[in-house]
Design a protein. Sequence first.
Length: 331
Amino acid sequence: MSKLDISVVIPLYNEEESLPELVEWIKKVMDTHGYTYEIIMVNDGSTDRSWEIINQLAKENQHIKGLSFLRNYGKSAALNVGFREATGTVVITMDADLQDSPDEIPGLFKMIVEEGYDLVSGWKKKRYDPITKTIPSKLFNYTTRVMSGIKLHDFNCGLKAYKNKVVKTVEVNGEMHRYIPVIAKWEGFRKIGEKTVQHRARKYGMTKFGLERFIYGFLDLLSISFVTRFRKKPMHFFGTLGSLSFLAGFIMALYLIGEKLYYIHVLNQLPRRDIVEQPLFFLALVALIVGAQLFLAGFMAEMTSLNHPNRNDYHIEDRCGRAQTPELERT
């Protein structure tokens, strides 16, 4: 089977009102430009009629693949499974709430195919969000730019385009969907671009994310920064900290011993306080113990496999449309 031009991956949770309109809009764009395509809709454990509607849409449109999780795993899990299923030369992700415009698809496709980008991230330069969401978002994006070295304005934009080999290489777990550009860069995909895209006001329902996502986002940034630098060499991190701590404790211990010997052999008198009565002794002891523990943690991390074969396995409850006989299976 020849490869399709575009795979559109849509993770969704309780978006029953917007799905028919979104599918019709995508179909119109694809037909207008003559693209061969598939729409992969991943139902992330919705509690409304989303899965029922996806089933109906799949019967009406042969381009639709439907996947439904047994429960809500999160956006990262939905994207990871969608990436696994995608067969298009270009893979485009977008949210299901109609805030991402399918009219942006041709421009994103062109940047990947004609301009050679590995990944293109949307930038919602003009946003229709409250200030309680935009201000934390600006801070979050600034921090991510500084720590990752990737010059993007909107890391969390759901509208992105990828070469197929990018989505087959990266693995997204936990809440790391915000940092796919960072993961892709770590995997060796360096040509990362940005495109200003239209941001639309939410038409149906309400947002599924609260302010807590920015707290989780900061913690995820620390996690991904650590993983990208030390995943294959944890001893470099733990060993360095452990060695520095152990060295500091050893120097303090030598100082205390040297001080006692100085009093005894040079001044011919006992020190005013015994070694174990000085606060520096306890600091030295703690530094030595912590240093040894960090060093051992480094060895244990080196011996522990981070590539567990089941860490990205999710329980798919049902399939519909073309997803009933998946062409790609995880190896």
